[in-house]
Design a protein around this ligand. Structure first.
Ligand SMILES: Cc1cc2nc3c(=O)[nH]c(=O)nc-3n(C[C@H](O)[C@H](O)[C@H](O)COP(=O)(O)OP(=O)(O)OC[C@H]3O[C@@H](n4cnc5c(N)ncnc54)[C@H](O)[C@@H]3O)c2cc1C
Length: 560
C-alpha cells in the first residue's frame, strides 16, 4: 500500500519487519524481493510520485568542486529515485575488478563468482534480457566484429553493454508497490537520523520527518539504507548522537575514497580501410534488447601491465562543431540547444552533448541541415518514433556513420580510489536540519596516465591487427584529459561506504552490514571499493538482490 507522510500523525510510530530507506532502484529491489516473499516491509521515501523542488533541494551540496555536478543533475529525489532520469546502460563489473591488484587501494572482500550468480535477476529487474555480455555467446551477433577483420586478443571488441527500457522503476514497479499488501510505501517522508540503542550496538529506530513537519519513528528488526551513494553516507554522518563521528566511521573510512569515472574523448579512431564495415551503432539481440560493442582489455593484460580497467567505445563527433558536416548532428544540436532540449533527455546528458571547445555558430549548422534536409527529416521521423513514441523498449541513442573513416572515442575508465577524494558534512543544514555535504573529488596523475596508457595499448593493437590507429586530439594530452573531467563526477557514486573484510579497512562487511551491526545494512554503489569501467547501477542491483536473499535467510519463514 502507499500512503503520504501527511496522513501520519505527528509523533507516531510505524513498525515492520524490515525498514528500507529510499525507493531508488536498489531500495525498490530489496523491498519487493522481501515483500514478494511475504515479509512486512516499510519503504520510506523522501520524494513523491512527482518531482518536488522543495524535496529535491534537500540534496544540494555546499562548495565548488569543479569535478562535480550539482545534485539536481546527479540524483532525483522522487519515487523511483534517479531511475526517473537514468540512461539505462547495464554493464556488470568484471572479474578483474574483484581481483587482488597490488597497485589498487580498492580491495574487494568478495569474489566475482559470488556476485555473478545474481546478474540474471539484476537483468530481470532492469528488463535488459539475458545476462550475456559477450557477442561470442550470442549466435545472432557472433558472426561479425566491431571492425571488419578485428579479432579478440588482449584487446577485446566483443564485450557488450546492454540497455534497459530504460526502466523507470517508478513506472514499472510503482503500481506493485502501491498494491503489495506486505509493503508499506510512505512517500514524502525523509529519514534524518538513525538512532541507536543505548549501548550503541544496534538500531533502536529511525527518525523521519515530512516537509509538513510531521515527525515519526520507524521501528523494525532490520534496517536497509538505500538512499543513493552520497545520501547513504550523509545519513550515517548525521546519525552521530551515540557515535560522534557518525555510524560506520569507526575506522575513519566513512566519506573517504569517493570515486566517479575517468571520462575523456581525447582520441579518434582512424580506419586503415574506409570500406571496412564498422558496428558503430546499437545492435539488437534475439530478444530485441539493444546492445553495443566496446573495446576492453583482457584480465590477464590488465594484470601484466598494472592497468586500470577501462572500456572505450565509438561516439558521434562533437555536436557543436559544424565541421562534422552532418545534417542530422546539426539538427540534433540545435534541438538540444532549444527550449525543448531539456524535455528530450536528462539535463546532465543534454549538457554533456553540448560540451565543446568550439564556439557555437548557428550559420554553418543551418547550412549543414539545408544540404541534407532529406536524410535529416527521415532520421527525425525514425528516431523520434523509436525514442519517444514507441511503447516499451526505446532506442538508447543514435550514431552517425563517419564519412571521413574517423570516429571519436569515449574512454570510460576506472577512477582509482584515493583517500584524499572525499565527501564530508558541513555546518550548513538543509530544511529538515540535516548537515549538507561538500565533495572533494581527486583525480591523480596516475588516473590520467592510465587513460593515456589505455589509449596507447588500443592504438598499438589496432595497428598490429592492421585495421587502424588512434590520433590524439591535443598535443597537451594531460591537460586535455584533466579538463574533460570537469563536471563529470556525481552521476556514479562509489567508495564512500566501502566494504571490507576487516572493520579497520572499511564501513560495511561483504554482506553489506555496517561493521559491528547485525541489523543495519547499506544497499548502495557507495559500498564498492573500486569503480570499474562499468556504470555501477546494474552491479548495485545484483548486490541488492543478494542482500534481499541474505535478509530472507536471516528472517526465515515468508513465502518461498
Ligand atoms: C542522467 C543520469 C544518467 C545515468 N545513467 C546511468 C546509466 O546509464 N547506467 C548506470 O548504471 N547508472 C546511471 N546513472 C546512475 C544511476 O541513476 C544511479 O546509480 C542509481 O539510480 C542509484 O540507485 P540507488 O537506488 O542507489 O539511488 P537513487 O536512485 O539515487 O535513489 C535514492 C532514493 O532515496 C531517496 N532518499 C534519499 N535520501 C533519503 C532519506 N534521507 N530518506 C528517505 N529517502 C531518501 C531519494 O529520494 C531517492 O528516491 C545515471 C544517473 C544520471 C543522473
Amino acid at each position: 500500500m502507499q500512503r503520504g507522510a501527511s496522513t501520519l500523525g505527528d509523533g507516531g510510530i510505524v513498525e515492520a519487519e524490515v525498514a528500507v530507506i529510499g525507493s531508488g532502484p536498489l531500495g525498490i529491489v530489496v523491498a519487493l524481493e522481501l515483500g514478494r516473499a511475504g515479509h512486512q516491509v516499510v519503504l520510506v521515501e523522501s520524494g513523491q510520485r512527482r518531482p518536488d523542488p522543495r524535496i529535491q533541494e534537500l540534496s544540494d551540496l555546499v562548495g565548488d568542486d569543479r569535478y562535480h555536478v550539482a545534485m539536481d543533475l546527479a540524483v532525483r529525489r522522487q519515487l523511483g529515485g534517479t531511475s526517473n532520469t537514468w540512461g539505462g546502460r547495464c554493464v556488470p563489473f568484471d572479474p578483474v575488478d574483484f581481483d587482488s591488484r597490488p597497485w589498487s587501494t580498492g580491495a574487494w572482500p568478495i569474489a566475482y563468482e559470488e556476485v555473478a550468480p545474481y546478474f540474471q535477476r539484476a537483468c530481470d529487474w532492469c528488463v535488459c534480457g539475458q545476462a550475456v555480455f559477450s557477442a561470442h555467446d550470442l549466435p545472432e551477433l557472433a558472426g561479425h566484429s566491431l571492425i571488419e577483420g578485428l579479432n579478440d586478443g588482449h584487446v577485446l571488441s566483443s564485450d557488450l553493454e546492454r540497455w534497459s527500457l530504460p526502466t523507470n522503476f517508478r513506472l514499472v514497479y510503482g503500481d506493485e508497490l502501491g498494491r503489495a499488501p506486505s509493503v508499506d510505501l510512505i512517500t514524502g517522508l525523509t529519514c534524518t537520523r538513525i538512532t541507536l540503542a543505548p549501548d550503541g550496538s544496534a538500531v533502536d529506530h529511525l527518525v523521519c520527518r515530512s516537509a509538513f513537519n510531521t515527525s515519526v519513528r520507524v521501528k523494525a528488526g532490520i534496517y536497509v539504507v538505500a538512499t543513493g551513494g552520497l545520501e547513504a553516507t550523509r545519513l550515517l554522518f548525521a546519525s552521530n548522537d551515540r557515535r560522534p563521528q557518525g555510524i560506520g566511521n569507526h575506522s575513519g573510512h566513512l566519506g573517504r575514497w569517493y570515486m566517479a569515472h575517468m571520462q575523456t574523448r581525447a582520441a579518434r579512431l582512424c580506419l586503415a580501410r574506409p570500406e571496412d564495415e564498422v558496428s558503430y551503432d546499437h545492435e539488437r539481440d534475439r530478444d530485441g534488447v539493444y546492445v553495443r560493442r566496446r573495446f576492453t582489455f583482457s584480465r590477464d593484460w590488465q594484470h601484466r601491465h598494472n592497468l586500470a580497467n577501462a572500456a572505450i567505445w565509438l561516439v558521434n563527433p562533437e555536436l557543436a562543431d559544424p565541421g562534422h558536416g552532418s545534417a542530422v548532428l546539426s539538427m540534433v544540436y540545435l534541438l538540444l540547444r532549444s527550449p525543448a532540449g531539456s524535455r528530450l533527455i536528462a539535463e546532465g546528458i543534454r549538457r554533456d552533448h553540448l560540451r565543446s571547445a568550439v564556439a557555437p555558430r548557428l550559420g554553418p549548422h543551418l547550412r549543414n541541415i539545408a544540404t541534407g534536409i532529406g536524410p535529416a527529416a527521415r532520421f527525425a521521423l525514425a528516431f523520434g518514433y523509436g525514442r519517444y513514441l514507441r511503447r516499451g523498449r526505446k532506442v538508447p541513442g543514435f550514431f552517425v556513420r563517419s564519412t571521413s573513416s574517423r570516429y571519436l572515442l569515449m574512454y570510460h575508465g576506472e577512477h582509482l580510489s584515493h583517500r584524499e577524494s572525499f565527501v564530508a558534512p558541513t555546518s550548513q543544514l538543509d530544511a529538515l536540519g540535516m548537515p549538507r555535504l561538500r565533495t572533494h573529488l581527486h583525480f591523480s596523475q596516475a588516473d590520467i596516465d592510465n587513460a593515456k596508457r589505455g589509449l596507447t595499448h588500443l592504438d598499438e593493437y589496432l595497428r598490429e591487427q592492421n585495421v587502424g590507429w588512434l590520433e590524439l586530439r591535443d598535443s597537451d594530452i594531460d591537460s586535455f584529459i584533466r579538463r574533460s573531467l570537469y563536471g563529470t563526477g556525481g552521476y556514479h557514486q562509489t567508495g564512500t561506504t566501502r566494504m571490507s573484510e576487516d572493520p579497520d579497512d572499511g564501513v560495511v562487511t561483504r554482506d553489506l552490514a555496517v561493521h559491528g551491526f547485525g541489523d543495519l545494512y547499506i544497499a548502495s554503489t557507495s559500498t564498492f571499493p573500486s569503480s570499474s569501467q562499468a556504470n555501477p547501477t546494474f552491479t548495485g542491483i545484483a548486490f541488492a538482490v543478494r542482500l534481499a536473499d541474505h535478509i530472507r535467510h536471516l528472517l526465515g519463514g515468508g513465502k518461498s
